[in-house]
Design a protein around this ligand. Structure first.
Ligand SMILES: Cc1cc2nc3c(=O)[nH]c(=O)nc-3n(C[C@H](O)[C@H](O)[C@H](O)COP(=O)(O)OP(=O)(O)OC[C@H]3O[C@@H](n4cnc5c(N)ncnc54)[C@H](O)[C@@H]3O)c2cc1C
Length: 424
């Protein structure tokens, strides 16, 4: 079809960038076209709250460089503000605005995910915010500079809590609500969640759980939100941190196998030949369960993009899989969650001598299936690495070095054993 092979990368975040770079590193000739729905360099969504809180400047949200430099260094074509409207996967054809069509040898879908606002009728045009993209961050920052006094944050999970933190830092009266009855409903055990909620209240945040937002109206000087528990609240603005959804409106689900995201194998291949997916738009192996799962994390996106790009360029590479984990630092608290807290098994709870930090875990078949840690940030890396090691080499104990790291971080011997530290 083409003398020189061509690849299209749809979406230019961490996954798209990593895919393009891997192709270029392995193949100096290949035509690489990037389709981006923005005119910006790839931003890091996890830095958006740091920008709004004033911890970093605007440029720092773009850690992979500016567009001109990326274009020159990778020798790629970046088609800005050119969203792909439809993908005909089996034909490897992209459809663009205005009816244009382009065919490629290989295609990487790297469209990430977008913030979801629950279906609320007649949502006012002003005062409604989300937190995902660089432009979301700028918009909220501008609003806060305009003298906001009160806010509602919807969604008591990682993004919501970071938004609460930055609002409180500005002295804004903040209500955090969630339809679920506890904080971090997908990643915290009830006991840990209760401590987290009590601490937030101690810092002056109103926490309203079991309260889904059902309506919002503009009452002139502010917004009025109403909740499923019959309560209401007035606020200058509402930030929806109520979840994300993979950006996949342009694909045909009759062609591509999709669960929450596009299902991929360890080479980041979708079920249609020459179609790859990487990052927050796809599902990959969860090493703790052996099944595909949706695990949207920055480092995963980078690795998956690299694997897709290398394979396209003819350098065999495979993704090792990942595990669900969440490491959040906010308002003097470190909350770490690893694995699926809903997994069946025996629950153990442990608090360090002196009460400096605590750990709660689920043990299934003699192994750690999930775990929550409060107030010990040092332990996150060693625990995650031990679990990854155990999943990859079930018969092999973790190294002496890993064991020492765990015990040096204060992890009790019984837990180290369950993490694969024999003789601990
Ligand atoms: C507030 C916040 C905090 C976070 N904290 C952490 C953290 O602590 N640790 C961590 O590991 N991860 C964290 N994450 C998640 C992490 O940022 C993501 O996993 C990662 O950035 C995903 O990268 P991606 O390239 O897959 O997607 P994205 O960064 O979403 O990039 C995809 C791009 O594709 C574009 N696009 C979509 N549709 C189309 C189309 N049809 N055509 C062309 N372009 C399209 C999108 O607009 C976007 O620009 C956080 C995220 C947020 C929002």
């Amino acid at each position: 079809m083409f003398d020189i092979k061509s690849v299209a990368v749809i979406g230019f975040g961490c996954a798209g960038f990593s895919a393009a770079r891997a192709v270029r590193q392995a193949d100096p000739k290949r035509v690489i076209d990037i389709y981006s729905d923005t005119d910006e360099a790839p931003y890091n969504p996890m830095l958006t709250t740091y920008y709004v809180s004033g911890k970093i400047n605007e440029n720092t949200m773009f850690p992979l460089g500016d567009l001109e430099t990326i274009k020159k260094e990778l020798r790629i074509n970046i088609l800005c503000s050119t969203p792909v409207k439809r993908l005909r996967a089996r034909e490897r054809v992209l459809e663009l605005d205005g009816g244009a069509e382009r065919q490629y040898d290989d295609i990487v879908i790297a469209t990430g995910a977008g913030a979801v606002i629950p279906p609320i009728k007649n949502l006012p045009e002003r005062g409604i915010y989300t937190m995902r993209t660089a432009s979301d961050a700028r918009r909220l920052e501008r609003a806060l500079d305009g003298g906001v006094k009160s806010a509602v944050v919807v969604g008591a999970q990682m993004v919501g809590i970071k938004v609460v933190e930055l609002l409180v830092k500005r002295g804004i009266r903040t209500l955090l609500c969630d339809m679920e009855k506890q904080m971090f409903p997908v990643s915290a055990y009830e006991r840990t969640a209760a401590v987290i909620a009590a601490r937030l209240e101690g810092k002056g945040v109103e926490v309203r759980l079991g309260a889904a937002i059902t309506g919002v109206c503009d009452v002139g000087d502010c917004l009025r939100a109403s909740f499923s528990d019959g309560s209401a609240a007035r606020a200058d603005l509402i930030v929806f941190c109520s979840g994300i959804r993979p950006n996949l409106a342009f694909i045909d689900r009759g062609e591509l196998d999709v669960g929450v995201g596009i299902k991929t194998d360890l080479h980041m291949r979708a079920n249609v030949p020459h179609i790859y997916a990487a990052g927050d738009c796809c599902e990959t192996l969860n090493v703790l369960t052996g099944e595909n799962a949706y695990i949207g994390l920055w480092a995963n996106s980078a690795m998956q993009g690299r694997v897709a790009g290398s394979n396209i360029a003819g350098i065999p590479d495979s993704y090792q899989g990942s595990l669900i984990h969440n490491i959040t630092h906010y308002m003097d608290t470190d909350f770490i969650s690893v694995g699926d807290i809903k997994a069946d098994g025996e629950r153990v709870f442990w608090r360090s001598r002196g009460g400096g930090w605590q750990l709660e875990a689920t043990i299934s078949d003699g192994k750690i299936a999930a775990l929550n840690i409060l107030d010990n940030a040092h332990v996150a890396g060693p625990v995650k690495n031990a679990l990854l090691h155990r999943a990859a080499h079930p018969e092999q104990p973790i190294s002496v070095h890993a064991r020492l790291l765990l015990s040096g971080s204060g992890v009790p011997d019984g837990i180290i054993k369950k993490l694969g530290g024999e003789g601990a």
